[in-house]
Design a protein. Sequence first.
Length: 152
Amino acid sequence: MANYLALDVGRKRVGLSRGSDDLGVVLPMRVLSSMDRMSCLREVTKTVSELKISVVVVGYPLNMDDSRGEMAEYVDKFVAELKRLIGGDVAFVMFDERLTSVQAEADLQAMRGSKFESPKRKKKVRKSGIIDSNAAAIILRDYFNELSLHTL
């Protein structure tokens, strides 16, 4: 059994989710926000250690035409720094995350039974990080689904 951590990396927030490959269960955890990049990297490193994570699945933001844009370069740098802090005992997987934040927002609206009442409410929900942690959960769920397809 391996423990997994998924990251939805953004400039303002990083969403985290965790899961294990034995049951394929995925749980949104939290969001890291309002901190500088190094503090965020240290917090992820601490989480990896505390949860005995063996694989970090990082949402990789490719453009719709499969090209790499500015955000992909940002994520590359973030992951390079994270690898340096964590060391070699943890595997890293870059996994296509296109539209996961859109899906997470749609899922949240479906659970609420309606669209966000106002732009102000939508902004408040975004700032809370719930969309980011749920996007990380979608990344990990999709990764587990892809793994199961390859093992059939």
